[in-house]
Design a protein around this ligand. Structure first.
Ligand code: DX5
Ligand code: ZN
Length: 218
């Protein structure tokens, strides 16, 4: 989609009691995308939210809504996630036995199509669906919770993903444990969209937090 650096704050780390204001705050603070972590208590142990919350947040920001579906059967609700206002819908390869069809469906719904891979999942199978893809999300933690430590072995996986996509217009996104301390090597390996939850929603200034990650990414 783009090679420009994208900072995508994950609202998982926001204050859920003020979620609309939190989305507005990171929008104003310089977020490029808003990352929305959907968890079903089955694919991952945690539970978060679904289409109604995304719909309710939509008026609070004009930025790209980047919906990350950590759910076991994403196909069942793809149309609802699109109708709620998602711009990108990312499914997990591990949850999609018919990934080619799922990705095609996302595009038919008018959204950009993303696929995510857990840390242990090889990227090899993705080479057969590259023409269906706008984004590959490399998980750099085991999904389910914010605030975990970045898995350093994923740097090689990001680089392998970059080599696999070649010159195709596919965005490499990275999610989990991203901070100003590791943003530089993540981008050097080939990522251009950085999800950050706890590194953004902390302290007194979200703008400074986003700027620090952007500066470190180079
Ligand atoms: C993890 C989620 C992430 C998470 C990132 O399962 O997909 O988007 O919110 O949070 P941090 O940046 O705190 O690791
Ligand atoms: Zn996520």
């Amino acid at each position: 989609m783009t090679d420009d650096l994208i900072i995508a704050p994950s609202i998982l780390a926001a204050d859920f009691s003020r979620i609309g204001d939190e989305v507005k705050a990171v929008d104003t603070a310089g977020a490029d995308w808003i990352h929305l972590d959907v968890m079903d208590g089955h694919f991952v142990p945690n539970l978060t939210f679904g289409p109604p919350l995304i719909k309710a947040l939509r008026p609070h920001s004009q930025k790209c809504f980047d919906t990350h579906l950590m759910v076991s059967n994403p196909d069942a609700l793809l149309a609802e996630y699109a109708a709620a206002g998602s711009d990108i819908i990312t499914v997990h390869a591990e949850a999609c036995p018919h990934l080619d069809r799922s990705l095609s469906h996302i595009r038919e719904l008018g959204c950009k199509a993303g696929v995510s891979v857990n840390p242990h999942t090889p990227i090899d199978g993705l080479q057969h669906v590259l023409d269906r893809l706008d984004l590959i999300l490399v998980m750099t933690v085991n999904p389910g919770f914010g605030g975990q430590s970045f898995i350093n072995a994923m740097i090689d996986k990001i680089a392998a993903t970059k080599a696999m996509i070649g010159h195709r217009p596919i965005t490499i996104e990275v999610d989990g444990g991203v901070t100003a301390d590791n943003a530089g090597k993540v981008v050097a390996a080939g990522a251009c969209a950085l999800v950050a939850g706890s590194a953004v929603f902390k302290g007194a200034s979200y703008a400074e937090n986003i700027a620090a990650i952007r500066a470190a990414a180079g």
